[in-house]
Structure formats: structure tokens, C-alpha cells
Design a protein around this ligand. Structure first.
Ligand code: SF4
Ligand code: SF4
Length: 228
């Protein structure tokens, strides 16, 4: 199980309280951000501060994404014991920075995000899917894209679902259940899909094992070519 760095609440609070009394930093629990630090994105150390950026979350909306993150900034001084306390914090954060690729891997076969979201497609995405099927651009638009141009004209629509319901699964999703899902057009999938990361993902099927043997089946094959 992933260890969390609940660093202030558990390990370092007493040290930091003791050694930073004069720095003006908040050291009481109700002033400190105690959200467990589960994913570390960045550590910066300068002459005065250590800054740890963590728990990044991406909220996805129709035409934009909102990125939020937590930040832990602590001023340090030359006291050798303070330096030791800070070093412990850095080591914990580095450990999780090293863990990051494993922490952010999606459980194989999850694909919860392939339903409920509408991956937007731009012209290059549509053309790539068309080349993948040996179809024309217009045929892919007609069969698999719900047209909806973004305000800047960059996106031309979003991928169809298996039904008209927006919350249904993507028309290209294959597999017969959670843990067995896979993208049927993986190499040609839209940029939106490739850029989707599990960092901060609230949709993950937490019952799935994080590792394991995962077999991908046949790729998606269109049943028919649209009439011209
Ligand atoms: S963990 Fe999140 S991002 Fe990854 S496949 Fe599952 S729902 Fe999608
Ligand atoms: S194209 Fe593939 S990755 Fe993208 S939503 Fe559909 S099934 Fe998921």
C-alpha cells in the first residue's frame, strides 16, 4: 500500500515547532495544511525556503481544465537540528518523488475515465483516426464525432458514446468489464485521451489491483463504413 507523507502531523511537527519558533511560520495544527501528501510533484530548495508542491488535481470541464495543487513552504534557519529536521522532510518527499511513476500508474483495465468524459478532438485527431481505419476525414466525423467546435476553432467535436447518453462509455472502449477494459484505437486515440493522467483522479476503480497481468484483446473494428 502506498505510504503517505503525513509529515507535519506525524513525524516532523515537534521538530519544526521547536526550531522555527522565531521564523514566523505557522506551527499550530489548525494553521497547517494537514492533507496527507500522497503525490509529490516538485521539491525546490533555495537559501531560505523549502517548497514542496504536491497533490496536484486536474478538474476537467468542457473546454478547459483547472489545475490545483497543495504547497508546503517552510522557512529554515542555520540551526543544525533544524537542518536535520528539514532533511528528513526532503528525504520523505524525494522518496515519493521517486515513487511517482508507480503511484500515478492507472490500475490495468480501469478506464473509468472512458465514460463520463467527452474527449475533445481536433482536426489532427480526426485525421489520425481516419488514417487508422483507412477512411476519410469526413467519414470519421460523420460516424464517430459529435460536432462541437471550441471557441478558438481548435477542437471540432468530441468522441461519440455507445448511446446518445453523455455518461455512457466511449464508442471505442473495448473489454467486458472493469479490469478488462482497453482502448480499441489506442495508437490513434485523441490527444485528449493520451494527455489524461491519473494524478488526482477521483474516478479510479479502487477495487482493481495496481499491478497484474493484463491482456489486451482485438482492436476496435468499424462495423460499417458510412454511406457517402
Ligand atoms: S485511474 Fe483514472 S485516469 Fe486511470 S484509467 Fe482509471 S479512471 Fe482513467
Ligand atoms: S478513445 Fe480510447 S482512451 Fe479515449 S475515451 Fe475512447 S476508449 Fe478511452
Amino acid at each position: 500500500m502506498q505510504e503517505t507523507i503525513d509529515l507535519i502531523a506525524h513525524r516532523e511537527l515537534r521538530n519544526l515547532r521547536r526550531y522555527t519558533r522565531d521564523t514566523g511560520q505557522p506551527t499550530s495544527l489548525d494553521q497547517l495544511d494537514l492533507e496527507p501528501m500522497t503525490m509529490v510533484q516538485n521539491i525546490e530548495v533555495d537559501e531560505e525556503h523549502i517548497t514542496i508542491k504536491y497533490n496536484e488535481k486536474i478538474e476537467r470541464y468542457y473546454n478547459s481544465n483547472t489545475h490545483t495543487h497543495r504547497e508546503w513552504v517552510y522557512k529554515y534557519n542555520d540551526d543544525p537540528e533544524m537542518v536535520l529536521a528539514i532533511r528528513a522532510v526532503i528525504e520523505l518527499a524525494r522518496k515519493h518523488l521517486t515513487d511517482l511513476p508507480e503511484n500515478v500508474a492507472c490500475p490495468p483495465g480501469c478506464a473509468e475515465c472512458c465514460g463520463g468524459y467527452e474527449p475533445f478532438v481536433n482536426k489532427a485527431d480526426v485525421q489520425r483516426i481516419a488514417d487508422h481505419f483507412g477512411w476519410t476525414y469526413d467519414e470519421v466525423m460523420k460516424e464517430y464525432i459529435v460536432p462541437r467546435e471550441s471557441a478558438d476553432g481548435f477542437n471540432v467535436g468530441y468522441l461519440r458514446k455507445v448511446t446518445e447518453k453523455i455518461e455512457d462509455k466511449c464508442v471505442f472502449l473495448k473489454g467486458n468489464g472493469s479490469g478488462h477494459f482497453y482502448c480499441g484505437i489506442y495508437k490513434a486515440r485523441p490527444h485528449d485521451c493520451g494527455a489524461f493522467t491519473p494524478i488526482g483522479c477521483d474516478d479510479v476503480d479502487a477495487d482493481l489491483p495496481k499491478r497484474g497481468k493484463y491482456v489486451v484483446g482485438d482492436p476496435f473494428k468499424p462495423k460499417r463504413r458510412p454511406k457517402r
